[in-house]
Structure formats: structure tokens, C-alpha cells
Write a protein that binds this ligand. Sequence first.
Ligand code: PMP
Length: 395
Amino acid sequence: MDDLRAALLRHLAQTSPSPLAVDVASAEGCWITDRNGKRYLDLVAGLAVCNVGHRHPKVVAAIKEQCDRYLHVIPYGEFVQEPQVRFAERLTALLPDGLDCAYFVNSGTEAIEAALKLAKRATGRTRLIGCRKSYHGSTHGSLSLTDNEAKKYRNRPLLPDTDHIAFNVMADLDLIDERTAAVVVEPIQGDAGVRLPDPAWMRALRQRCTAVGALLVFDEVQTGFGRTGKRFAFEHDGVVPDILVLGKALGGGLPMGAFISTQDRMALLTHDPVLGHITTFGGHPLPCAAGMAALDVLEEEGLAGHAGDMGRLFQELLAHPRIHQVRGRGLMLAVDLGDAARVQRVVHRCLADGVLGFWFLSCPTAFRIAPPLVITEQEVRHACQTILRALDRED
Ligand code: PMP
């Protein structure tokens, strides 16, 4: 086992100097088991991916069934691949008018890149606007819209003609102008430490974009598929974007992203020049089959509503003098301790006690609670007891 850990550090590039390095043997529902047989209650869900739980039997069955039919046959769009077509049909049937044509890619950040390209093409403009404290991914275009200087400064120059407005600040909407191709917004900011939108600001944002002809892009990579107590976070405020970007839970635990808009707008990718966005593996039948099964589970098991109930239970139980605030909606929560070193100690103590939590990229004073949406009341109680015990050990 130690061999494996040494090989990990030697042959797999790391992104932090001290990875958690839990040595995974198996995972099921809300639980991960390591190779020593230690069990962890998972409050991270692979960073908002495993919404229907690890290895849901229906998702596993759909993957196996598709494996027995075919895997990769040809890049996106040339052949009729049933899992791809059915999934696009099913997904867009759940969305409002104007979000009726989907393009499948491989990750959240690729979907953002493609949405930016589509917006430039559709408007003939170049200016792109993001929000302060946002996170949209790690490739150059997404990073340009992200507002986290620590992640950006070694990568400049990034995309030209990008700007940022403050989330929830009305006056900043004036910065969206006739030169703006797209405004990219997380309808609940995730890595900023879970920041909720002011519904009036969301409505004004929609109006301003429409008034100046800028496309409103919602990044629901993290908030989608029941995570916030609704199927999609934009449903809380009833503000519909021009382009919807999805990822993470979309593929039911397999890698996948998507951007969705009107058929007319998406058709722009077919000419002048043709192949406006191309990707070898986008729409691969395996994640499509898994994603379709996961969407069925989400609906059949009423997981969005359950996420709302379990989120409220977390908020109620997590009362402690060391907790400054529990923010969020559904099972997208930030527990703010107001102290970054304390967050590190508490997360590591919880890990030792078999509860897996994690921090945020841009909010070191809080840790996240984003478990699989299938978490039970008993498991929520167990998680909260462990967290409160870890907090009791702080002076
Ligand atoms: N947008 C948001 C809101 C995200 O949270 C993330 C990932 N944390 C991304 C985009 C990028 O997704 P990916 O890591 O799949 O590229």
C-alpha cells in the first residue's frame, strides 16, 4: 500500500504539495472505503459530481449495457448514436424554451470555452464579462472569466477584452454595454464560498443583457442536477439564460460537459467556418448513457426536493459558537469558521474520524458540504455530530 502511495507521488503529477491521498478501495452511495477497510462519509461527492451517489445500480447497469453495445465510434455529430440523441432530447425537454439544443463536450471548462466562442460568433462582438470571485475552470478562456488572481497571474496574457462586475451590485450592471458578447455568471457562486444571488439583481442582470444585446450565460456546472434543491439553480429566481453550461453531475459520474442554447444560435457552429467547435470524445456514448440513467434517478427518487430537506437539516444542526455562518441552498453549503487555519484543522480532524469534507478555492475561511443528494437523515446527523465534535476540540 505504501508502494502505491510512493508511486502516486513519483509518477502522477500533483496539484498540491500535500494531497489527502485516501487510498480508495470502493465507493457506494454516500460512502468511500479505503484499502485498510476504513469508511468515510463523503460530504464532497467528487466535487458536486456524484449527485445520485457512488455507483448507483441504475447508472452502473446503464454503463454496462452500453459497454456491451459500442464505445467510441466516431467524433461528435457524424453518426446517429442513440444514447447521445436520447440524452439531448430528454435534457432539453426539462428546460425552458430557448434552451432546446445541446452540444456535448468533455468537461465544465470546455463547455465554458465553447459557450464563449458561440457568444462571440452570435453577437459579432468580443467583450466578455465575468463576476468578481467567480470560478469557471482552468483553461485559458475560462480562467480569463474567473476572478481569482492567485490562479491567473502566472498564465498571462489571458484573453483580451475581458472585465469583471461585482456579483449582486446593481450599479455594476451599467458596465454591460453594446460591445459585450457575453456575461458569464454562476447563479449561485460556488468556489467563492457559496454566495447566493439577490433575486432583484438577477432580474436586472437579465434585463440589462437583453437591452444591450449581450448573451447571458449561466454556469451551472456546480449547481445543476438537484444540488441546490431545484433541478437547476436558475429555477430559484426564474431567470432564464441565453446559454446554459453544464458539467460535473451531468455525466452521472463519468466525464462530460454541455452547452445548451437555441437551435438557431447553435446552428451558427455549422458554417463560416464549419466545425465551429469540435471535440473527438464529446458526446461519447458511455457518459451519455450514464447521464441519462442519473437523470432518471434524480427524477424518480425526487432528489432535488430531498436535497432541500437535507440542506435545511444541516443548517439546523450545525449550530456552534465556532461557526460564524452556514451559507447556501440545498446541499451546496459553506460552513464559515472565519479562520482559515481552523478550517484546515477541522477538516483534517473530520477526515481522521471518517467524514470527508473539503475547502473552497477562493474562500479559505469556510469548508464545503456537498454530499451525494441521496444522503439520509441519519447520515446527516452522523456528519454533524462529527463536525461539532471536531469544533469542540478548538480552544
Ligand atoms: N464552472 C464551475 C462553476 C465550477 O465549479 C467548475 C469546477 N469546479 C468548472 C466550471 C470547471 O469544470 P471542470 O473542472 O469540469 O473543467
